[in-house]
Design a protein around this ligand. Structure first.
Ligand SMILES: [Zn+2]
Length: 384
């Protein structure tokens, strides 16, 4: 990770570089800030700079033997700890080492990610993850060895607030009595969640929100969007790259959700199994992703609610205008008092099951069959 590939944060980058150049590297440090501010990539770039054999003005060289290993996150003196849990391939006493390949893959693919995405990567969506005492034993083993190639052995602990008490206590000993040339960098969003005894023994590096101007430039370059939209999103991003990305993709998703919803309802209404099947394949694809499936179901709930309202009153929500509004006029009569409760229940249940890692293909096919029936239910009026 090179400093230049991290969005903004120039002041902090300069400060970190300066401590290395002046030989003031503290052996226990705590980087505090949101993931979207760049805490993890900054810590990695800092470690790479410390180890780089051909330091340039303001960055690592990216090409020396050390940098080449860092570029693959495979330097023998660079260690990581992060929250893990058991999954289908790691059945007991999970430690970071069991997941190192996934960790490298995700980091090489994305500069910015958060815990949800990490959980999804290692397939533990339904469980909590943590840094356990087994991890601390592993860490102690690694850090008591001499550095292989670099001057220091370095340990980066991502989401340090997820260490449990026994892991924290073991780590505390390591911080109090460092074994030779080691640098431990804790990365956390919430320093309050760490033991006071740990925070008081680490040098605090506060990672601030990214300047709005830098987020704007990032959006323009990476996401290739116009100045106006980049400005709009940057203003709402709270200095957080992950929030900026989410806001950007949200507006793109809306349009896709609408088209998906229309195709879905057509297939269901015609009770056309082939169309339903094609649709199910599309939304249950792994690339579509669980988070997006949830957002789609939320969208579907909103459309159903809106259909019901328009069916019984003149005033609908203004945000459903244009193509969505035209569709709504034709669709509304199909959502009424005799099926709306069933529809809402099915969508809510599906949302619950998607969060809990249900098998998407079965879930969406099952839902489609139920809708095929419900959309045929006639609207009746009570005769008193
Ligand atoms: Zn280098």
């Amino acid at each position: 990770m090179l400093f230049k590939d991290i969005v903004g944060q120039q002041n902090l980058k300069n400060r970190l570089i300066q401590t290395v150049n002046e030989g003031r590297i503290s052996h226990a440090q705590l980087f505090v800030g949101k993931s979207g501010f760049g805490t993890l990539p900054l810590a990695i770039a800092y470690a790479q700079y410390i180890t780089c054999k051909n330091k340039q003005e303001g960055d690592s060289c990216g090409a020396c033997t050390s940098c080449i290993k860092f570029n693959k996150l495979a330097h023998p003196d660079l260690h990581f700890s992060f929250p893990v849990s058991t999954n289908s391939s790691v059945k007991a006493k999970p430690v970071s080492n069991d997941f190192m390949q996934d960790w490298r893959e995700l980091n090489l693919q994305k500069t910015y990610f958060d815990l949800d995405e990490w959980h999804e990567k290692i397939d533990i969506v339904q469980k909590q993850s943590l840094i356990s005492v087994h991890e601390s034993h592993e860490v102690i083993k690694k850090l008591t060895l001499k550095p292989f190639e670099a001057e220091y052995k370095m340990l980066l602990i991502w989401k340090a607030e997820h260490m449990n008490a026994s892991a924290s206590n073991k780590l505390l000993k390591l911080i109090e009595e460092p074994t030779g040339k080691t640098i431990i960098i804790l990365i956390a969003e919430d320093e309050e969640a760490l033991l006071k005894t740990i925070t008081s023994r680490t040098q605090l590096i506060r990672v601030p929100p990214i300047a709005q101007e830098d987020i704007k430039k990032y959006l323009e370059q990476k996401e290739q969007i116009g100045v106006e939209k980049a400005n709009q999103i940057a203003a709402l991003a709270e200095g957080d790259v992950l929030v900026a990305d989410e806001k950007l993709h949200y507006s793109e998703d809306q349009e896709m959700f609408f088209n998906l919803f229309v195709t879905w309802m057509r297939g269901c209404y015609e009770a056309n199994v082939e169309k339903m099947h094609t649709w199910v394949e599309q939304v249950s694809d792994r690339k579509f992703g669980r988070e997006r499936q949830k957002r789609f179901l939320e969208y579907a709930l909103e459309v159903m609610r809106e259909g019901m309202i328009r069916n019984y009153s003149e005033n609908g929500l203004q945000r459903f205008d244009g193509a969505e509004g035209n569709f709504m006029k034709k669709f509304a009569p199909f959502v009424h008092e005799n099926n709306v409760f069933g529809i809402m229940e099915i969508l809510n249940e599906a949302h619950y099951h998607v969060s809990r890692n249900a098998y998407a293909k079965i879930l969406f096919m099952d839902m489609s069959m139920k809708f095929a029936n419900l959309l045929k239910v006639k609207k009746r009026t009570f005769v008193s």
